[in-house]
Write a protein that binds this ligand. Structure first.
Ligand code: CP
Ligand code: NVA
Length: 322
């Protein structure tokens, strides 16, 4: 029963969504994916404008949000940091107070998560996090949706994240915990996920019968895992740390050798863009077990469900949890 409860809400973190809300989004995305653009979805955002604001580069997020708004009958307005200049040309507070008067929602990729939180204080329209230095919720939702399609169920599965304890790992931790998926994260020392997010994920995991484990040993987390996930070692904005990071992350490469420890039918996930030869080898990224392109495709479908529920107020009656 997700529609009424999600209408008008922000999505800044995976921690903003309950298990039931996530499942409703998944079922809606699945239905519309199979309808291939026909039917009810075409008018949900008609007469509505959605601002898409990017402070960092993007391929997948930019294309899929633009398409998603179009396919729901809305009008996307693309804005760049160079034009709008939040915090430089104008404060976050003043930007959102203007957007409130014109558009029905804001999708924003920001350097600092704080910018989203500041805007949310003054916002009368839903704000959707399209990646910040804390989280990437739309990515994690697409990722778990992708695994659900493959497995036909999520509870009790184990996802091993190998690499940097940064935005993508944070969203995965919070979402896996809520969905009953065991989440193990392995990073080099000093690159562990944010302690507050880990604590929050553990609290969610306790309520849903899942486990959260943070280690510094990639082999240990991959052991018997159902899925192995990795992300770049040098995220956008960390380029000045590249040399040190490439050195310290080397033992955390996802390659055929590391994957020997996982289940033989384990999937490999990557949010992309990939730095081939660094966090993942060509062989693994191009292998049949790698779901990176399914994840990318599913960004479109899950984001349509998010936009429809938060901004379109679309009500979906399904209460299924699998
Ligand atoms: N995965 C992802 O968000 O890709 P982009 O940075 O290209 O949007
Ligand atoms: N951690 C990466 C994710 C890119 C989708 C980054 O922030 O650059």
């Amino acid at each position: 029963m997700v529609g009424p409860r999600l209408k008008g809400r922000h999505l800044l973190s995976c921690g903003d969504l309950s298990e039931d809300e996530v499942w409703s989004l998944f079922h809606l995305a699945k239905r519309w994916k199979s309808e291939k653009g026909n039917g009810e979805q075409r008018t949900i955002l008609s007469g509505k404008a959605i601002a898409l604001y990017f402070e960092k580069p993007s391929l997948r997020t930019r294309v899929t949000f633009d398409l998603a708004v179009h396919q729901l009958g809305g009008h996307p307005i693309l804005l760049s940091q160079a034009e709008v200049g939040i915090g430089e040309r104008e404060s976050a507070k003043d930007v959102i107070r203007n957007l409130n008067r014109w558009v029905n929602g804001l999708v924003a990729r920001v350097r600092q998560h704080q910018t989203l939180e500041e805007m949310a204080q003054y916002s009368q329209i839903p704000i959707i996090n399209a990646l910040s230095d804390r989280e990437h919720p739309c990515q994690a939702l697409a990722d778990l949706f992708t695994l659900w399609e493959k497995w036909d169920g999520l509870k009790g599965k184990t996802l091993a994240f190998v690499g940097d304890g940064f935005n993508v790992s944070h969203s995965l931790l919070l979402l896996c915990a809520e969905l009953g998926v065991h989440c193990r994260v392995s990073t080099p020392k000093g690159y562990e996920p944010n302690a507050n997010i880990v604590q929050r994920a553990k609290e969610r995991a306790n309520r849903h019968g899942s486990q959260v484990l943070i280690l510094n040993d990639p082999k240990a987390v991959v052991s018997d895992a159902d899925a192995v996930y990795t992300d770049v070692w040098v995220s956008m904005g960390q380029e000045h740390e590249a040399a040190a990071r490439l050195e310290v992350f080397r033992p955390f490469q996802v390659n055929d050798e590391l994957l020997k420890g996982a289940k033989s039918d384990a999937f490999v996930l990557h949010c992309l863009p990939a730095h081939r030869g660094q966090e993942i080898t060509d062989e693994v990224l191009d292998s049949d077990r790698c779901l990176a392109l399914d994840q990318a495709e599913n960004r479109l479908h899950i984001q349509k469900a998010i936009l429809a529920a938060l901004i379109g107020g679309f009500f979906d009656g399904t209460g299924d949890r699998s």
